[in-house]
Write a protein that binds this ligand. Structure first.
Ligand code: UDP
Ligand code: MG
Length: 333
């Protein structure tokens, strides 16, 4: 029997291009892959145009095409998460519906999966089609992400991705609300292969990711993946406190014990400034400490699994004595 591959496609206001994408690109590419069965899951993310009607018409003709319709726009990350929950395939591929991610390359993703990869990530191989600001922004984003301790996300990684069933099952168990699919999949840490592809032009319509959305995506990525920003402010606080403490001590010794031999004539205003700077340092430190407590609470509420055991690679183990939300093995495989 052929392996079943689920193709999850988030769609939001794509009435102009979706037909063309499905008929001329996706279906054509899939029809060449004879040794697999495909299930296509179109997730309508609260489209305001005719998108839903169009994709429902496809689903009515072919039962391998499924439409999951969200009641309003929840954003692409949520649309992807929704699609993943309905996917039943042995592997799940996610792809945009605007033709910028080439379905013609799905063949390579499947090959990498057959060769043993559990996650195959599509990475954009160039940024030339972008304006200068998005290009710099994206460079900066990945640099910061790396700086903040996320060493696994390759610059240019996209949501054109294939995941093995075991990865999808684990992903579906994650409960956090602020989710960046890329970051979470990387966090799971399965065996990864990157495939470079050329990011095309949109087939029709406009991208819905504007600067504001991208900015909040970037902030979410940082906040949900690391505590480095807090720690940096803590260090600045320590630096200021020690600095102003030394300066204050120097001021007291110079002025009041030695009678200002250096002739600095530091008056009350200067002394006050040093004292206030000292206090600012203390406030920064205590804020960072509070923030660290919050980040621990945050980690608890995210309720990620403590660890994930690979059934494929472990040996002679049975189901753990008392699996609960936190301690578990992969359910399948
Ligand atoms: N999309 C979605 N919900 C949204 C925005 C976008 O499901 O709120 C879908 C959209 O239909 C497309 C994919 O996500 O299939 C990528 O969107 P877009 O092309 O706007 O983003 P970009 O190419 O800039 O990443
Ligand atoms: Mg796009």
């Amino acid at each position: 029997m052929n392996k079943l591959i689920s193709v999850v496609i988030p769609v939001c206001n794509e009435e102009k291009g979706i037909k063309k994408f499905l008929d001329e690109r996706l279906f054509k590419a899939l029809s060449e892959l004879k040794s697999y069965d495909f299930e296509i899951i179109l997730v309508n993310d609260g489209s305001k145009d005719k998108t839903l009607e169009i994709i429902r018409a496809y689903a009515e003709k072919d039962k391998n095409i499924k439409v999951v319709s969200l009641i309003r726009n929840f954003g692409k990350e949520m649309a992807l998460s929704a699609g993943l929950r309905y996917a039943t395939g042995d592997a799940v591929l996610t792809i945009d519906s605007d033709g910028q991610q080439p379905p013609e390359r799905i063949r390579d993703f499947l090959q990498a999966w057959e060769d043993g990869a559990e996650v195959v990530t599509g990475v954009r191989d160039h940024y030339t089609k972008h304006g200068l600001i998005p290009r710099l922004g994206s460079k900066l984003f990945y640099r910061l992400l790396r700086f903040m301790g996320n060493k696994t996300t390759v610059p240019g990684s996209t949501d054109f991705r294939l995941m093995d069933r075991v990865v999808v099952d684990e992903f579906n168990e994650l409960t956090e609300h602020n989710r960046i699919t890329r970051g979470l999949v990387d966090w799971l840490g399965y065996e990864k292969v990157d495939i470079y592809y050329t990011y095309g032009e949109r087939m029709a319509g406009r991208p819905s990711y504007n600067f504001k959305k991208l900015w909040s995506l970037a902030i979410d990525s940082f906040v949900s993946m690391s505590t480095t920003p807090l720690v940096i402010f803590g260090y600045i606080g320590i630096f200021i406190t020690i600095g102003s403490f030394l300066l204050g001590t120097f001021c007291i010794v110079n002025q009041y014990l030695l009678g200002d031999p250096l002739g600095l004539y530091w008056n009350g205003a200067v002394q006050m400034t040093i004292f206030i700077t000292f206090l600012v340092g203390l406030v920064l430190i205590s804020q960072a400490i509070t923030a660290l407590y919050i980040s621990h609470i945050h980690a608890e509420t995210q309720n990620r699994p403590l660890f994930i055991v690979s059934k494929k690679k472990s040996i002679n183990i049975s189901t753990p004595v008392k699996p609960n939300g936190n301690i578990k093995t992969e359910r399948k495989n």
